[in-house]
Design a protein around this ligand. Structure first.
Ligand code: S3P
Length: 436
């Protein structure tokens, strides 16, 4: 692949009205539940980035007729819970942890064997968090010392378990709920803290019973998913980049329309507001089981804060760009309780601390977080470590820095936000793409 870099130059006020692409978590789940549902499912607003396309292709490989995406519309002829066929080849999950972890739960319950692999980044990510509880359910799931590729022996009878998750992870929760749709007896997943609840909401959308009792979620095998129509809201994780950019750049005035504001995802808004941001929420409405709104962001000076630990899982994917906000805030920002950031698409604590230091900011990586002393961002060359969110976060840094920021290896931006540069430049950012 030709290396693909960005150069992001300083700009004056951002203004305009944008939409961001469909939510990644919801797009993955819409394909998965649509595939195992009885009847037709239509998805509008599907995110056609590489990650969700990996999920879509996986189900096509298992014999599910899926048309599209054409103009973000996908139509799935569901094959029912027991209608998936053995894929002819290894399933390639690309860069997508969600594809791999959720599929592992589903594949563990099938009659056939399967194997899941991914790109260099995914091959480094921890998978024992899903293989361990699945094996407690009676699944046969083998990893390579806790990492992918994953080999799954089909034909096992799964037993429901009650499982207290050691980490607050929506992927682990969703993996076990998917396996629980096939297990004998009740599957109960207990969360140590609130994490995104799109799987639970989507089960309801597909008319599949799920119970919630305090912090436990309970499913049984006795039902079927029924095909439905889904409209995917805009991804708040993609909107986050422009929330931070508009907040930081003096004179900015930006509307971001049709953004999912599920309360398990709005940590970014809460944290930015604690720092002093001006973000107002308009036209709040329901889109199926998900809350959606338009966001209005005005420039505001920020102050450093100690980030409340309870908000960490609710903003888990937004920390790279939040660290850029902290770098431009007055005073110090401290984050603890975010060790999970070290095992995302890259070690996001290390990647951001290194890059911010290159740009002249006093940023210190901590074992489970970061310390950032706000200052003045300088230009420079930073490494995205092939991580889409690190690349986009530093592109926002370039818009506010003294001189341009060059960000290396940005091809993976296409995993979650293929139109990022176009959308940014529509708001008068100045990002150039370079292939060399
Ligand atoms: C996701 C859950 C989160 C998040 C990831 C998407 C999901 O991961 O970081 O980008 O769709 O369930 P964890 O479950 O590992 O926290």
């Amino acid at each position: 692949m030709t290396p693909h870099h960005f150069t992001s130059s300083p700009v004056e006020a951002l203004s305009g009205d944008i939409c961001v692409p469909g939510d990644k978590s919801i797009s993955h789940r819409a394909i998965m539940f649509g595939a195992i549902a009885q009847g037709t499912t239509t998805i509008n607003g599907f995110l056609d980035g590489e990650d969700c396309m990996a999920t879509l292709r996986a189900f096509q490989a298992m014999g599910v007729p899926i048309a599209g995406p054409v103009a973000q519309r996908v139509v799935i002829q569901g094959v029912g819970k027991h209608g998936l066929q053995k894929p002819k080849t290894v399933i390639d999950c690309g860069n997508s942890g969600t594809t791999m972890r959720l599929l592992t739960g589903l594949m563990a319950a099938q009659a056939f064997d399967s194997e899941l692999t991914g790109d260099a980044s995914l091959l480094k990510r921890p998978m024992e968090r899903v293989s361990r509880p699945l094996m407690l359910m009676g699944a046969e799931v083998a990893t390579c010392e806790g990492r992918p590729p994953i080999s799954i022996r089909g034909g096992q009878t799964l037993q429901g378990i009650s499982y207290e998750m050691p980490e607050a992870s929506a992927q682990v929760k969703s993996c076990l709920l998917l396996a629980g749709l096939y297990a004998q007896g009740e599957t109960r997943v207990i969360e140590p803290g609130l994490t995104r609840d799109h799987t639970e909401r989507m089960l309801t959308t597909f008319s599949y019973p799920i119970q919630k009792m305090d912090n436990a979620l309970i499913v049984n095998a006795g039902s079927e998913c029924r095909g439905t129509d889904i409209v995917v809201p805009g991804d708040i994780s993609s909107a986050a980049f422009f929330m931070v950019a508009a907040t930081l750049i003096p004179g900015s005035n930006v509307f971001i329309r049709n953004v999912g504001i599920n309360p398990t995802r709005t940590g970014i808004i809460q944290i930015l507001k604690l720092m002093g941001a001006s973000i107002s929420i308009h036209n709040k409405r329901l889109c199926g089981e998900e809350l959606v709104a338009d966001l209005h962001v005005l420039h505001a000076p920020l102050e450093g804060i100690e980030i409340p630990v309870a908000l960490v899982p609710l903003a888990i994917d937004e920390f790279p760009v939040l660290f850029v906000a902290a770098a431009c805030a007055q005073g110090q920002t401290l984050l603890h309780g975010a060790k999970e950031l070290r095992c995302k698409e890259s070690d996001r604590i290390g990647a951001m601390a290194d890059g911010l230091q290159i740009l002249g900011i006093d940023a210190q990586a901590l074992d489970d977080g970061i310390f950032i002393n706000g200052g003045s961002l300088q230009g420079g060359v930073v490494n995205s470590r092939h991580d889409h969110r690190i690349a986009m976060a530093f592109a926002i840094a370039g818009a506010i820095a003294e001189t341009p920021v060059k960000i290396l290896d940005c091809a993976n931006v296409a995993t979650s936000f293929p139109a990022f540069v176009k959308t940014a430049n529509k708001l008068h950012m100045a990002i150039q793409e370079i292939d060399e």
